[in-house]
Design a protein around this ligand. Structure first.
Ligand SMILES: NC(=O)CC(=O)C(=O)O
Length: 302
């Protein structure tokens, strides 16, 4: 038997979650980072409920470069994170991490730094969400829908092998990246570990976006009774990969609280823990699981 124990999550308090559906990403990485920084500052000063500051700002998947095999090896950065070791984001070798770290301090806000191509200590390239916690995309986007969408991330990227969450003063936040949403175990593991909100930087496309973008977020929100959110890049029809956009936040009952269109935009969403508590009290599936019949997937990971 596993000796796994869950740590106690922080109390869930109301907060403002902000998604930046970032546009204008081109080949100049320094310009991309400057634009992301400007948008973070804009988002921080616009305010959410009662004109308060956002508590968490989220960027999209691969926010510092175009999305595609031609770009991952060229734009990949070493982050300098080693599991279970203190992580000095100020002195990270990564330009993207240093930018995110300095702007987070400047505005006093948590940032889920979308994802970037990361060159690991092993020389492999990962699709990594970083700042206080680091999540390497576990499930690589390898699909083939003839004539519509063929992509094989595994040509240049390696899948991660752990699932991350982090604690703030107002909630426990679980991470995943894009294609990870299609694997219910990732969300379920974090939800079973006490996450209140699951955030996935993501970049669906014009084939899979209309099919599954909303459905999958509602499914993961309802089957785990958590808030669920995916943050996409804005659509750029001159790029080789056309992102779906439609960044979204769904509540634990499956209600879409906010949805962007496909152009660059900022969404401010009030996260109300009462909806979470009421959903779990009214439909108490979180206490009705039958681990005598099937396994608790959260006990399979450290
Ligand atoms: N881009 C992805 O990782 C995933 C995606 O587009 C999909 O699952 O559809």
């Amino acid at each position: 038997m596993s000796s796994f124990t869950y740590t106690t999550p922080p109390p869930f308090k109301p907060f403002d979650l902000t998604l930046i559906q970032l546009g204008g990403v081109g080949s100049d990485k320094a310009a991309n980072l400057q634009h992301a920084r400007d948008m973070i500052l804009k988002a921080a000063h616009k305010g959410g409920q009662d004109d308060s500051r956002p508590k968490i700002i989220v960027l999209p998947e691969i926010f510092n470069s175009p999305y595609g095999h031609a770009y991952f090896p060229i734009y990949a950065e070493t982050i300098g994170y080693i599991a279970d070791k203190p992580y000095d984001t100020n002195n990270s070798p990564s330009d993207s991490v240093r930018m995110l770290s300095s702007v987070a301090k400047e505005i006093g806000t948590w940032i889920v730094g979308g994802s970037i191509a990361e060159r690991g200590d092993d020389g492999k390239i990962y699709n990594t969400c970083e700042l206080v916690a680091m999540h390497r995309k576990v499930h690589l986007f390898d699909i083939d829908i003839p004539g519509k969408m063929t992509f094989k991330e595994s040509e240049t990227l390696t899948g991660g092998s752990s699932i991350a969450f982090f604690d703030t003063e107002f909630a426990r936040i679980g991470l995943g990246i894009c294609y990870d949403v299609r694997f219910p175990e990732v969300a379920m593991i974090n939800a079973r570990k006490g996450c209140h909100v699951l955030i996935y930087p993501a970049a669906f496309n014009l084939t899979t976006g209309p099919l599954h973008w909303k459905l999958l977020q509602q499914a993961r929100a309802v089957d785990n009774q958590v808030f669920f959110s995916m943050c996409s890049p804005a659509r750029d029809t001159t790029a080789s990969y056309h992102a779906w956009g439609h960044s979204m936040v769904v509540d634990p009952l499956g209600t879409v609280l906010a949805e962007a269109e496909h152009e660059e935009s900022i969404l401010h969403v009030y996260i109300n823990p009462k909806v979470f508590d009421d959903a779990r009290a009214g439909i108490p599936v979180t206490t009705q699981r039958r681990f005598d019949v099937y396994l608790d997937v959260s006990k399979k990971t450290s």
